[in-house]
Design a protein around this ligand. Structure first.
Ligand code: PHE
Ligand code: ZN
Length: 869
């Protein structure tokens, strides 16, 4: 695709199939951190439908050493290279292009292309990093088969990994050695990977359901190998689950996973060679929290599951990004839900949606799940593409049911295997399997913004007529002033005075089946006749539709619902609603607070409820979720009210909190089984509530001193630091010292310091930036310090004097020159700035304006333009 319109955007509508295909890529790497040479032989074939086109290949900043076409060196008149694109006059026939280039991994701080991390050499190619390694039609619809030869000094690089299956290895006699890999599956360049260096592994061989013997390996630097065992188990569970639930098998002889300390994103699904941010691999109970273990398992599953949703069926172009990401998030979420608690997983996802994705969808950076234009694709690895994309798949699943969904997936995989697909291909497969017209459903992909459903209930006591009037509305977003109605499956239930469910279907101008209305128009009316009393309605069970609901409930109704609802997710959701009413000053705030306290008391006394679920219920809506629900965000007032409510609730519950805390001590002592993790979750929630009542934080100090899991230790340290307990400094110093050689654990205390809920946390952040702990080239460290500060410390980031904004903006400018993707993500913390109250808006605008002209990368410039635009 070319920027043919001259407007700086790539447009979906401008897509053209490649004029030249690359059938095979043979690469030989002479690996060296300072100067690596890459020899490439590409077998090129013209599209007969488009004769006369030159060969154009991407290549970013490559030092071209040699170039030959079909064995003949090309002179300066045979090709042109401008530092971005290599052009060769139409050879007129299939041909073989040989090039040799030199690149410099040790100078690569972008961590895109081939780079150095510690003593390892690694690659990261999605989305457009391969062009920094050698020349290629670097677009996902060009899918060569690959043969990759790696040569390097044996002592520094004893392990040489690449995509596909190992073919051979040999010594080269001069202290160097060579490994050859072959990837027989047609694979786009963004899935290319190599990893070289001193790596150790944990390994397991298994036989797939189809009878293939597969070696699973998880690799890390030698000192970290023991901490790879949990991830290896997660790989095996993922493989088995995809066989069972989707009928998808693994398709190579080896599956390699490598952990890297320097990695911009979470992990990458390269064919047969996943490369991971070490934080999503390395774990044991002494250094990783329960949340870390669960995150590791879900990211491992995510990358593994991409082997079908992303790799075997890949993308035609980057506009289709959610075709692999939304679908794979849906799949990994189902994996976690099948293996653990479905309700807890749903709670986790809904918190992320309401707290972060809704804000993205309502802010300056809002975009459709399938954008129709972009300037820099790296800026579209967003919660909207991933999480909203997954929710849309879930909507489809809800509409058609599991069996039909599975049939649609089978068809999608069968029809598109080995191809580069579009969302239309996906929808066509599901339309065929379900017999449904999915045209209106497809609007979910085109339209940005979170849909809102306003529901009004009317009851006529005389006739017993009850109507629900449902109005659908999606707010305007940048570039999309007008919206059309979406197809929304709305779950509902009506309860009568005795708490029985009214199962009579309503008269409706929408398709209604058991407890679900398919909304298609801006307004629908559901009508029941002859009811004996005013019923109590409930909606959107399991958050089946990713929408905002406006329903007026009295506190009594909410209290009744909280008792009627048996489903765990819905109970949690009602408590969130009660807490929101208590916080956001609804006229009945005090009554809501009292009811919330009563329900929490019941929950804390209910020893049959999953303690982790009770812990989720104790966690009130976070700042982001609340901020999303007000027109103008008054930061201090919002944080202040939330703290007051927590204080009040904690006082009400103090005895119950103490007794649960003590009773769970034995189960919580160690182990990774569900009940053990659950016990720790509730204990830590209790600890946090109890610590706010005790200025000495005696319990937290005791837990910190006695802890034998990272989960217990870190929760105690958080309490000590965030409630500014007398023992905080000493505990922090001990923790720093104990884990000073472990960068991942170091990131944990740094994030705690950066999120201390106080405007003066800014000074601590600045002090850390001036210390040896600061590593601007390490994305995890940047996120731990600056990402946590900007995204999770409202009182620090939003200081009245603007110092929080200035600090972050200044750092964005310097990080932009090091790693533009990391810098751009940090800049995203300003996405909602227009909704902040005036005293914040002004300084925020100034901090952003001061960045103009200071950002060299397209990533940063694109975001800044949209933020200020
Ligand atoms: N494709 C990766 C994933 O979702 C994310 C990623 C994107 C990693 C871009 C690196 C670069 O699993
Ligand atoms: Zn992914």
């Amino acid at each position: 695709m070319s920027l043919s319109r001259g407007d700086g955007f790539v447009h979906l509508a401008d897509y053209r199939a490649p004029a030249w295909r690359v059938l095979h890529a043979g690469l030989v790497f002479e690996l060296d951190p300072a100067a690596t040479t890459v020899e490439s032989v590409l077998s090129l074939e013209p599209d007969p439908a488009r004769p006369g086109q030159p060969v154009t290949l991407d290549g970013e900043g490559l030092e071209l050493l040699a170039i030959e076409l079909d064995g003949r060196a090309l002179g300066g008149d045979g090709y042109a290279y401008d530092g971005h694109q290599l052009t060769i006059l139409d050879p007129g026939r299939a041909c073989e292009l040989r090039t040799r280039v030199r690149i410099h991994p040790d100078a690569n701080t972008r961590l895109e292309g081939l780079y150095q991390s510690g003593r390892l050499l690694l690659t990261q190619c999605e989305a457009q990093g391969f062009r920094r390694i050698t020349f290629m039609a670097d677009r996902p619809d060009v899918m060569p088969r690959w043969r990759i030869t790696l040569r390097a000094a044996r002592d520094a690089f004893p392990v040489l990994l690449a995509n596909g299956n190992p073919v051979s290895s040999r010594g080269l006699g001069d202290g160097r050695h060579e490994a050859v890999w072959e990837n027989p599956h047609p694979t786009p360049a963004y899935l290319f990977a190599i990893a070289a260096g001193e790596l150790g592994r944990v390994t397991k061989t298994l036989r797939t359901a189809e009878g293939r013997e597969v070696e699973l390996n998880v690799w890390a630097e030698p000192g970290d190998v023991e901490r790879c065992r949990y991830a290896l188990g997660a790989v095996e569970r993922s493989l088995r689950w995809d066989e069972r639930r989707f009928g998808r098998g693994y398709d190579l002889d080896v599956f390699n996973v490598v952990a890297a300390q320097d990695f911009t994103m979470g992990a990458m699904e390269n064919k047969g060679l996943n490369i991971f941010n070490a934080r999503y691999i390395l774990a044991d109970e002494a250094t990783a929290t329960d949340a870390d273990f669960l995150a590791i398992e879900s990211v491992v599953a995510h990358e593994y599951l991409h082997n079908w949703s992303g790799n075997r069926v890949t993308l035609r172009d980057w506009f289709q990004l959610s075709l692999k990401e939304g679908l794979t998030v849906f799949r990994d979420t189902e994996f976690s839900s099948d293996l653990h608690s479905r309700a807890l997983k749903r709670i986790e996802v809904v918190r992320l949606l309401r707290g972060r994705q809704f804000a993205e969808d309502a802010g300056a950076l809002a975009h459709p799940v399938r954008p129709d234009r972009y300037k820099e694709i790296s800026n579209f690895y967003t919660l909207t593409i991933y999480e909203k994309g997954a929710e849309i798949i879930r909507v489809l699943h809800t509409l058609v049911g599991e069996d039909t969904f599975r049939a649609g997936m089978d068809r999608y995989f069968a029809d598109n295997d080995g191809k580069a697909a579009t969302l239309e291909d996906f929808l066509a497969a599901h339309a065929a399997a379900s017999g449904r017209d999915l045209a209106q459903f497809a609007r979910w992909y085109a339209q940005a913004g979170t849909p809102e459903l306003a529901i009004r209930a009317d009851f006529d006591a005389a006739s017993g007529d009850y109507t629900l009037t449902i109005d659908q509305h999606t707010p305007a977003t940048p570039g999309q002033p007008e919206k059309q109605p979406l197809l929304i499956p709305l779950r509902f239930a009506l309860y009568d005075a005795d708490g029985g469910e009214i199962t009579t279907p309503p008269e409706a101008d929408a398709v209604v089946r058991e407890g679900m209305a398919e909304l298609t128009a801006a307004r629908h009316v559901l009508r029941w006749r002859g009811l004996r009393g005013r019923p109590l309605p409930a909606f959107n069970h399991g958050f089946a539709a990713p929408v905002k609901l406006q329903v007026d409930y009295s506190v009594d109704e909410l209290a009744r619902l909280a008792r009627l609802e048996r489903d765990a997710f819905n109970r949690w959701d009602l408590l969130q609603r009660l807490a929101t009413d208590a916080l956001l000053g609804a006229a009945h705030a005090e009554a809501a607070t009292q009811t919330l306290s009563d329900v929490l008391a019941d929950l804390l006394e209910d020893t049959s409820a999953d303690p982790a679920f009770v812990a989720e219920c104790l966690a009130l809506p976070d700042f982001d979720t609340l901020a999303e629900q007000v027109d103008e965000v008054d930061v201090e007032a919002l944080v202040g009210r939330r703290e007051e409510l927590l204080d009040r609730l904690a006082e009400d519950q103090v005895e119950r909190l103490q007794s649960r805390y003590e009773a769970l001590a034995d189960v919580a002592a160690g182990g990774l089984d569900g009940p053990e993790m659950s016990a720790r979750a509730l204990r830590n929630a209790c600890l946090s509530w109890l610590t706010r009542l005790d200025p000495q934080a005696a319990l937290a100090e005791a837990q910190f001193a006695a802890a034998n899991t990272m989960t217990a230790r870190l929760a105690a340290l958080r309490c000590l630091l965030h409630f500014q307990a007398p023992g905080a400094e000493a505990a922090l110093a001990a923790f720093q010292q104990q884990f000073r050689h472990d960068p991942l654990v170091t990131d944990k205390w740094i994030a705690l310091v950066a999120t201390r809920p106080h405007p003066e946390a800014l000074a601590d952040v600045e002090a850390l930036m001036a210390s040896n702990w600061w590593k601007a080239t390490n994305p995890n460290r940047v996120r731990a310090l600056l990402g946590s500060f900007a995204r999770s410390n409202p009182l620090g980031f939003h200081r009245r004097d603007g110092a929080g904004y200035r600090l972050v903006a200044t750092q964005v400018a310097s990080l932009d020159a090091i790693n533009p993707q990391v810098a751009a993500r940090l800049l995203g913390a300003f996405e909602s700035w227009r909704r902040w109250t005036a005293p914040h808006r002004g300084p925020a605008r100034e901090a952003l304006a001061a960045l103009e002209g200071k950002l060299g990368s397209p990533d940063g410039r694109d975001l800044l333009e949209r933020l200020l635009g």
